[in-house]
Design a protein around this ligand. Sequence first.
Ligand code: ATP
Ligand code: MG
Length: 354
Amino acid sequence: MAHRIAVVPGDGIGREVTPEAQRVLDRCGEIWSFELEWSLFEWGCEYYLNTGRMMPEDGLEQLRQHEAIFLGAVGYPGVPDHVSLWGLLIPIRRTFQQYINLRPVRLFDGIESPLRKASAGELDFVIVRENNEGEYSEIGGRLYRQTEHELAVQQSTFTRRGTERVIRYAFELAQERNGVLASATKSNGIIHTMPFWDEIFAQVSADFPEVETGQYHIDALSALFVLKPQSLDVVVASNLFGDILSDLGAAVAGSIGIAPSANLNPEREYPSMFEPVHGSAPDIAGRGIANPIGQIWSGAMMLEHLGHPEAAAGVVSAIERVLGETSIRTPDLGGASSTAEVTDAVLGALNEQA
Ligand code: ATP
Ligand code: MG
């Protein structure tokens, strides 16, 4: 049985790291006997500059025909973020009800964390970010433009259904892992939506008496990420807080170039989407030096979702071996290797498992 995968390399280094990750995933198919049937969609900012749209009008319909979506990154100098985000990424996440954004953070052997004294085994947690609503909202506006009374208002939307389902997912994940769940809010400053989140968190927690919980203010939790990340197992947060925490998590794990993410529709009613945490990195695009590991690890999460956990584990252990046993790494990790050389090394480590 072939898995039909839509691949959207997007812009910048997305176009460089996506084909590299596809090489690794195709090799997994040969080793573990499955087939990936890729359909390539060259959408993104270049498409926008030619057509005025980030994707065709029936783009979502085309994507819906696939089992999963493998995305690189979108963004291009001169194209405002609200165009690239609201023209492609956010419609995909919302239409396909990918309400879970799962972002593992792990320090590998052979990588130095900027944190003092952190070593590999001590940093291994997952961020569960709400991915469909919250602070990222179109509701709001500006009044009294260019006067001294000018003001901007941005509303956030937290629904009971949306809040409860992401919190429940995080509890289930904590139960499967080490049974510790941290929740990030800011209920002392944001006095409607955040206490609502806290209240639902407490209600759901009654169904998981064996999970140890911590409810933190986002500022205190950010400090904890730096001072004592060993204590983290699963972290659940709103759309904005989860976004910020995952860049912080990627940074303490050594480089944003490594961090993977999954946009999940757990009910599997729609395709889920897999993409690295990093963006299109225009500052290094076109030079063949982007770290492909974030894209490759995102591909491993996709294999897990497609029902191939042994292939997913194989890819992660190939990454572990390359980082732990060789000095092959891209410049973001202090090395001098190219994107393709790192991919080749991962393929080599994978082949030893064949
Ligand atoms: P976007 O708006 O597309 O999210 P951004 O500018 O917010 O882009 P990134 O594209 O993630 O953020 O880049 C942030 C920094 O991290 C840049 O300096 C970039 O060069 C670096 N970076 C991001 N991804 C990688 C990678 N895969 N390998 C090496 N460096 C990377
Ligand atoms: Mg970014």
